[in-house]
Design a protein around this ligand. Structure first.
Ligand code: GSH
Length: 248
């Protein structure tokens, strides 16, 4: 263990299966191991109607992940976002974990790595995930249609999906060109927030067949190194189903 961090809050992660909550679970497993961070997890099955109710009771936008914070040592409740002791939005939850449950090891040292880290956080959460989601939506719509119509609509939407897959190739190329021996992480020399933020969109792209590691070997190697991390593996064991090939 690197160095114990004194926690002011104990987080509880509301983890809907096969959702972005997985990256929060992975990050919490990392800091549990390196800094002795204690956290609770509540696994919620994606297809259970009570899941949305349970999330809604915590925050009006009933999406996963949501994290609640239990103050320790009579620390007063704090409003970090808009409700006391409630965190949402995975990028911000990851930032909170870095700020509160690490000793700063996810913050890049050099100013060039800092700029790169911020760029890739933005790319991950605004551009990459958007294009991946467009592919998913256009692929999924036909599956809700009656059998006869399904194939026709699938044929019609195929060019649209191909358009977004083309967009994705440009994004992967920028990612590929940024990685090298000295900077094997999107955050630069060391793993950092950009890498955590990239992971969900890449999990989805890989699981759904939108990413070809042979065309982007450095990104493929980066992705494999994420999967090999003991904390990622433990998160898979603790979090329940993580299948991004099935929608809803
Ligand atoms: N911007 C949010 C997105 C949260 C979100 O949309 N979560 C999805 C799962 S990945 C969800 O809860 N979907 C359930 C639904 O739409 O009913 C974040 O980054 O945390």
């Amino acid at each position: 263990m690197a160095q114990l961090v004194k926690q002011k809050t104990i987080p509880t992660l509301y983890n809907m299966s096969s959702s972005q909550a997985f990256v929060i679970l992975w990050a919490l497993e990392e800091v549990a191991d390196t800094h002795g961070i204690k956290y609770n997890i509540k696994n919620l099955p994606r297809r259970d109607p009570n899941t949305a109710k349970e999330l809604k009771a915590l925050f009006p936008i009933d999406k996963s992940p949501i994290v609640t914070l239990e103050p320790v040592d009579d620390e007063p409740a704090q409003t970090y976002q808009v409700l006391p002791n409630v965190l949402t939005e995975s990028r911000l939850i990851l930032q909170f974990i870095s700020d509160n449950y690490t000793t700063g090891e996810w913050v890049p040292k050099s100013s060039s790595d800092k700029s790169r880290d911020i760029f890739f956080q933005e790319l991950a959460k605004c551009t990459l995930i958007l294009k991946v989601n467009f592919c998913v939506i256009f692929e999924v719509i036909p599956t809700f249609l009656p059998f006869g119509l399904r194939h026709l609509i699938l044929l019609l939407v195929k060019p649209v999906v191909n358009h977004f897959l083309d967009d994705l190739r440009d994004i992967y190329q920028v990612m590929e060109d940024s990685l090298d021996e000295e900077r094997p992480w999107f955050s630069g020399e060391k793993i950092g927030l950009a890498d955590f933020n990239m992971s969900f969109a890449m999990d989805m792209a890989v699981q759904r067949g939108y990413f070809d590691p042979k065309r982007y070997p450095k990104v493929g190697k980066w992705y494999e190194s994420i999967l090999e991390r003991p904390a990622y593996k433990r998160a898979l064991e603790k979090g329940g189903e993580y299948d991004l090939t099935v929608f809803a």
